[in-house]
Write a protein that binds this ligand. Structure first.
Ligand code: HPA
Length: 235
């Protein structure tokens, strides 16, 4: 037990998928996992442990933003001995991305103070796991799923009134989301693995957004890619 999670160590896999929305965790459990049990409902941050093609896996929501992702991923790594976390989420597009494009994130770039406060890490960029990325990339090729590789801007602010693109230009960020910087920072500090598979859900001024049907289709593609990739962990 931790302040935010109520289950026991035996109830969780060392491999975790984290969508932002806890109801997506329930969706993955209902549609993709066998013998799945609910392990957490504290603050409605639903979590499930079950089996995908015989591999034990846990799915739990991260909530929105670095602080929420920071709390949950830290507790999973530190107190539950989780080794691998893959975020599956959405982003807004900066560059020539199209809705439903899927990005495997190389680096998370952020103005956030999360890593500075965490352990005096002073850079504005933090990398994802080479090991997980390799598995994901191989699986995407095998399954003929088209993915892009690149950097993402991890912002603490969704509704912005300024147009400062300094960080975005510095690292050539493809799009913007709000959780990878805390996740990758925790993995870096605790010597664990974290990666992120992100679908483009809207354009940056929010004038184009995925329909419900497109959202579901791209979500399913990400879920399958993530689940299939984790089958090869430790092989
Ligand atoms: N901004 C930040 N995070 C996001 C966005 C966005 O436009 N779309 C999906 N996650």
């Amino acid at each position: 037990m931790t302040p935010h999670l109520e289950f026991k160590k035996e109830d969780i896999s060392n491999i975790v998928l984290m969508p932002g929305d806890p109801l997506r965790a329930k969706y993955i459990s209902d549609n993709y996992l066998e013998n799945s049990i609910e392990i957490n409902d504290v603050r409605n941050m639903l979590g499930y442990t079950g089996y995908y093609k015989g591999k034990k896996i846990t799915v739990i929501g991260s909530g929105m933003g670095n602080p929420s992702m920071g709390i949950y991923s830290y507790e999973l790594y530190k107190f539950y001995d989780v080794d691998y976390i893959i975020r599956i989420g959405t982003c807004g597009a900066y560059k020539d991305l199209k809705l439903m494009d899927v990005i495997l994130v190389d680096n998370s770039c952020s103005e956030s103070t999360y890593a500075k406060v965490l352990d005096d890490y002073n850079l504005d960029i933090v990398k994802s796991s080479d090991y997980l990325n390799k598995l994901i990339e191989e699986k995407a090729k095998e399954k003929d799923i088209n993915i892009l590789r690149g950097n993402i801007h991890c912002s603490d602010v969704f509704y912005k009134e300024t147009n400062n693109t300094e960080l975005i230009d510095k690292y050539n960020c493809l799009g913007v989301e709000m959780e990878t910087f805390a996740l990758f920072s925790n993995a870096r500090l605790l010597n664990k693995n974290a990666s992120a598979i992100i679908t483009v859900s809207d354009s940056i001024n929010h004038d184009l957004v995925l329909s419900q049907e497109e959202r579901e289709k791209s979500l399913n593609m990400m879920i399958i890619l993530a689940l299939e990739s984790i089958l090869n962990i430790g092989e």
